[in-house]
Design a protein around this ligand. Structure first.
Ligand SMILES: [Cu+2]
Length: 366
């Protein structure tokens, strides 16, 4: 009898509590009942179904809606927990007990390279009983604060200058498992294993390269710089960079614009796997004017520039490491391709790839 009475009482009490809670604050819930936040991971954002939750147990139901592996990490108030790596199309869950406060919610894959590319948002955890606005929050919306944080860099090429000619990629065994994840792009990449731009087929040349770059947010980055060099065949090339390229292509996130301090390539599944894993002070993609022996070749040359951790050894400049991310950041790479629909350059492989091996950078005078 007592038992029945208690159950009845509890049901009534619970109904009253629920009614009171609904009246007072729709966000409040019973403390033993975890609230659920749905998270969607894709290139390159983290979208949460709620911007705020009530303190207590929170279950994150995380789906990778992107095309490469991701994961979700929740960090703040002494909490630092992450899901396993989630394959494209798969879902994982993570249940945490969260105290009131603000938490960083991001993708930890690639030593934070995915985070730097935009896979980061925030979750506010409220005290039980406090009313809070809920709604969809994505990194795209919260990332707007980055617009006020303009970063600039001035880079000067120095040391030995080498031209990299087409040849086999020297780490085919290391790249093979990663190539699997690249789907339709894989075939083109596999042909580059045999004869691509990252090779040990290098020749010393001479030249200069100086530029400034500004990271101002997704579409407002800018670049200003000139490279001049003489290739192994005696041709004199001059490159004038005055605008960034902002178009995205698959597996080449923000293939455009300026990115400061990015760790990527190789095993990180950002960009092509046919490059060792590196750390970069700056990476940028630009359109440029290209001249050969003082004659204009194109106003739309596609340029990729990186100041990165050394990948090549002294002497013969062979690629010396598969994970080069801990090396000194002093290798300046300049890659130039013809503009969309334009013919290949009259150069080995149809492209130009030049490194300045002992380069430096500083904050420009503004
Ligand atoms: Cu990710």
């Amino acid at each position: 009898m007592r038992h029945t009475y208690n159950v009845a009482f509890r049901n009534v009490a619970q109904a009253l509590l629920t009614a009171a809670a609904v009246a007072a604050a729709p966000a409040t819930r019973s403390s033993e009942d975890p609230s659920t936040v749905t998270a969607k991971l894709s290139e390159w954002k983290v979208e949460l179904s709620a911007a705020t939750v009530t303190a207590g147990a929170v279950t994150f139901t995380v789906t990778n809606t992107g095309t490469i592996p991701h994961a979700l990490e929740v960090e703040g108030r002494g909490v630092e927990r992450e899901t396993d790596v989630i394959q494209p199309g798969s879902t994982s869950t993570l249940t945490l007990t969260l105290a009131p406060g603000t938490y960083d919610v991001y993708c930890p894959v690639g030593e934070d390279s995915h985070k730097k590319l935009g896979m980061e948002t925030h979750l506010t955890v409220l005290k039980p009983g406090s009313a809070g606005a809920t709604g969809y929050r994505s990194s795209a919306a919260s990332g707007s604060s980055a617009l006020t944080n303009v970063q600039a860099i001035r880079v000067t090429g120095g040391g030995p200058v080498i031209q990299i000619l087409p040849g086999p990629f020297p780490f085919p065994d290391s790249a093979a498992p990663i190539l699997q994840a690249f789907g339709p792009e894989r075939e083109g990449l596999e042909s580059q294993v045999k004869n691509g731009p990252y090779s040990n087929n290098v020749t010393p040349i001479s030249g200069t390269f100086t530029f400034s770059a500004w990271d101002k947010g997704a579409t407002r980055d800018s670049v200003d710089g000139v490279a001049a060099f003489t290739t192994q065949d005696g041709a004199r090339w001059r490159l004038v960079m005055d605008r960034v390229q902002t178009k995205d292509v698959p597996h080449h996130p923000r293939f455009g614009g300026v990115i400061m301090g990015l760790y990527y390539h190789g095993v990180t599944q950002v960009h092509t796997p046919l490059v060792p894993t590196i750390n970069s002070a700056v990476a940028l993609w630009a359109f440029a004017h290209l001249y050969k022996n003082d004659a204009l070749v194109t106003d739309n040359a596609m340029v990729h520039v990186m100041l990165l951790s050394r990948t090549r050894r002294d002497g013969d400049y062979a690629l010396a490491c598969w994970d080069c991310s801990k090396n000194k950041i002093e290798e300046l790479q300049l890659q130039i391709l013809p503009g969309p629909g334009e013919p290949q350059f009259d150069a080995p492989g149809g492209f130009l790839f030049v490194n300045w091996e002992k380069s430096s950078s500083r904050k420009p005078a503004s």
